[in-house]
Ligand binder design. Structure first.
Ligand SMILES: Nc1ncnc2c1ncn2[C@@H]1O[C@H](COP(=O)(O)OP(=O)(O)OP(=O)(O)O)[C@@H](O)[C@H]1O
Length: 267
């Protein structure tokens, strides 16, 4: 991504962003509501054009529907009554194009079983997904996103509404996928703590500015204070990060509940 700028009307979300993501790299995208985190993923997916600058994916200009990307969209709870089972959603990830064929091929079925096993969902493979807990649904979504062996995994707040135990298991699943296949991970989150041990670089968006670097370089009082243009204190203790004093709506630790939509369909 070179000199990338994204504006809507007279509002610039980020400006002159240069970011090259290496295979196997784990990049956490941090920032408050409305700072352009999801929009960044949409740019990578080819769903949103840059206002200026350029973006390449696997050496080619970004195009909609690029192969090689796994995507975990922001969580939506599944509507009761959705007849799809866990294994159907994973099959969609393996072979989205041919979705709709009544009987998946043997190769697809094999891959589905493999993925269900990898995400620890074999037990509930045949349960309608709407009956599963949020954490179980999220494992299935991770399964769906990794099923086609992506080279790049885009994760939009995949830990939202999960308890600490499930935050850990879902983060570990994503990280295991990265280490097993060398896929790069772009992980949008309000709270970096659950993934901090895995993060190579942070892209922090705030107040129309950004900062990129290792967690040690970016998650510092001086860096964030300068981005927010107000004194912000970053405290690191026992491997955790807390950001104090970030203006409302721009912090890493915003309240998350309002993200959870009451109903919807797995993306
Ligand atoms: N197509 C669009 N047209 C106009 N404005 C848009 C469009 N897409 C996004 N925006 C605006 O850009 C801003 C950034 O949106 P985005 O969803 O990228 O933020 P975010 O950082 O992911 O926020 P959140 O943490 O709340 O999900 C928001 O104010 C949003 O309303």
């Amino acid at each position: 991504m070179t000199a990338a700028t994204l504006s809507f009307g007279d509002r610039t979300l980020w400006n002159n962003l240069n970011l090259e993501i290496q295979p196997g790299e784990f990049v956490a995208v941090l920032g408050g509501n409305g700072t352009g985190k999801t929009s960044l993923l949409r740019v990578i997916l080819g769903q949103q054009r840059l206002s200026a600058g350029a973006i390449e994916l696997f050496g080619r200009p970004v195009a909609r529907g690029s192969k090689g990307i796994g995507y975990i969209p922001q969580q939506k709870l599944l509507e009761q009554g959705t007849p799809l089972r866990a294994r159907d959603l994973v099959a969609l990830g393996v072979d989205g194009q041919r979705w709709g064929l009544p009987v998946p091929s043997r190769a697809v079925r094999h891959r589905v079983d493999e993925v269900l096993e990898a995400v620890g969902a074999t037990e509930y493979a045949d349960v309608p997904v709407a009956m599963l807990s949020g954490g179980e649904q999220q494992r299935i979504r991770v399964g769906q996103s990794i099923a086609a062996h992506p080279r790049l995994l885009l994760c939009d707040e995949p830990l939202l509404s999960l308890d600490l135990h499930h935050q850990r298991t879902v983060s570990e699943l994503i990280n295991e996928q990265r280490t097993a296949t060398g896929a790069a991970v772009v992980f949008v989150t309000h709270d970096v703590n659950p993934v901090l041990p895995f993060v190579d670089r942070v892209l922090y968006l705030a107040g129309g500015r950004f900062s990129v670097g290792t967690p040690d370089e970016v998650l510092r009082s001086e860096v964030l204070s300068s981005m927010y243009n107000t004194p912000v204190e970053v405290i690191r203790s026992r491997g955790r990060v807390a950001v104090l004093g970030a203006p409302e709506g721009y912090g890493v630790h915003d309240h998350l509940e309002h993200h959870v939509r009451p109903s919807g369909v797995i993306g």
